[in-house]
Design a protein around this ligand. Structure first.
Ligand code: 4NP
Length: 163
C-alpha cells in the first residue's frame, strides 16, 4: 500500500493557527474517508511554547465549531522537510523562514506552500492573520479561513495522488 500523504501546518508559535489547521484538516480527511491515505500534523517556527497545549482562546473558539484541539506545541526540525509531503505556512513571514531553513537537496522547497494558495471562498485573501494579540472575532476569522483552505487542500491532495 502507498505511504500516507503527510501534511504539516506551520505557524509562528504552534499554539493558535497551525494546531487549529491540523485539527480542522484531520476532520475534513476523516469526514471524506481518507484517514488511511492522509496524515496531518503541525509545528511552529519558535520553541517558546514547546510542550504546551494550544492557546485556550483558540481551543474554545474551535470547540464551538465541534473541533477538539489536543496538539502540544513543538518547533520544526530540519528532518520535517523530508518527512512531510506538503508544508503549509500561514503567512509570508512563515513561508520566508521555512524556505530559509529548507535543505536545498532535491525539490523539497516545492513542498512549502502558503495556505492562501488553497483559499476558495476567500480567494482574495493572502494569509491567515495571527490572532494571538487579537479578539474573539480574530480567532473566529482565522477558523473561517482555515476551514476554507482545508477543503482546498483535500482537493489538491486528491489530484496529486489520483484518489
Ligand atoms: P500562532 O500565534 O503563530 O498562530 O501560534 C502566535 C502565538 C504565540 C506567539 C506568536 C504567534 N508568540 O510570540 O508567543
Amino acid at each position: 500500500m502507498e505511504e500516507k500523504f503527510k501534511i504539516l501546518f506551520v505557524c509562528l508559535g504552534n499554539i493558535c493557527r497551525s494546531p487549529a489547521a491540523e485539527t480542522i484538516m484531520r476532520k475534513v480527511v476523516e469526514d471524506n474517508g481518507y484517514s488511511d491515505k492522509i496524515s496531518v500534523s503541525s509545528c511552529g517556527l519558535i520553541d517558546y511554547h514547546e510542550g504546551y497545549p494550544a492557546d485556550s482562546r483558540m481551543i474554545s473558539a474551535a470547540e464551538k465549531r465541534g473541533y477538539i484541539i489536543t496538539h502540544s506545541a513543538r518547533k520544526i526540525a530540519v528532518e520535517d522537510f523530508s518527512r512531510y509531503d506538503l508544508i503549509v505556512g500561514m503567512d509570508s513571514k512563515n513561508i520566508t523562514r521555512l524556505q530559509g531553513m529548507c535543505p536545498r537537496e532535491g525539490m523539497m522547497i516545492t513542498k512549502i506552500i502558503s495556505v492562501a494558495q488553497f483559499f476558495e471562498k476567500y480567494s482574495d485573501k493572502t494569509y491567515v492573520p495571527d490572532p494571538y494579540y487579537g479578539t474573539e472575532g480574530d480567532f473566529n476569522y482565522a477558523l473561517d479561513l482555515l476551514e476554507d483552505a482545508c477543503n482546498g487542500i483535500l482537493k489538491y491532495v486528491r489530484e496529486k495522488r489520483n484518489f
